[in-house]
Design a protein around this ligand. Structure first.
Ligand SMILES: CC(C)(COP(=O)(O)OP(=O)(O)OC[C@H]1O[C@@H](n2cnc3c(N)ncnc32)[C@H](O)[C@@H]1OP(=O)(O)O)[C@@H](O)C(=O)NCCC(=O)NCCS
Length: 110
């Protein structure tokens, strides 16, 4: 991960991936939530996350962490020029936007 203040026009990057056989258990939601706790300590006003229009699970992960839709835009040609969605998570997040582990975790085989 690298980051810079959005207020200064900087760009950051938050990426997450869960192995296919562990998906749907709330791990990405929880991981992003924990990461955002650290980001809040940096006093950034918000973070922005970008995802593909077809990536429903990533969109849910962002929304469950308080992400608000900002815009739909065409990504850079060098990366295929796909339609993408930008979300913003205002910081610090209100307490009710912080997902609890128990509300997202699911039971299933290890
Ligand atoms: C995106 C990703 C990290 C999510 O990980 P995860 O641990 O399964 O995520 P969570 O379990 O925390 O939450 C997944 C949410 O997406 C939902 N979801 C999953 N597949 C979905 C689908 N096809 N359509 C709609 N929602 C879907 C789940 O129901 C869940 O939402 P809910 O709690 O409201 O039911 C994982 O799918 C992944 O690694 N994908 C490949 C890499 C990637 O796309 N990274 C993000 C790049 S922006």
């Amino acid at each position: 991960m690298d980051s810079a203040s959005p207020a200064s026009g900087g760009q950051g990057h938050i990426g997450y991936s869960v192995v296919p056989w562990k998906r749907g258990r709330g791990y990405a939601t929880r991981a992003l939530g924990l990461f955002l706790r650290d980001v809040e300590e940096e006093s950034l006003p918000f973070v922005e996350l970008i995802t593909n229009t077809t990536n429903e699970s990533s969109r849910r992960v962002i929304e469950k962490n308080g992400g608000v839709f900002v815009e739909r835009f065409r990504g850079p040609d060098q990366q295929g020029g796909h339609e993408e969605l930008r979300f913003r998570i205002p910081l610090p997040r209100p307490l009710n936007a912080t997902p609890s582990h128990s509300s997202t975790a699911r039971s299933g085989p290890p």
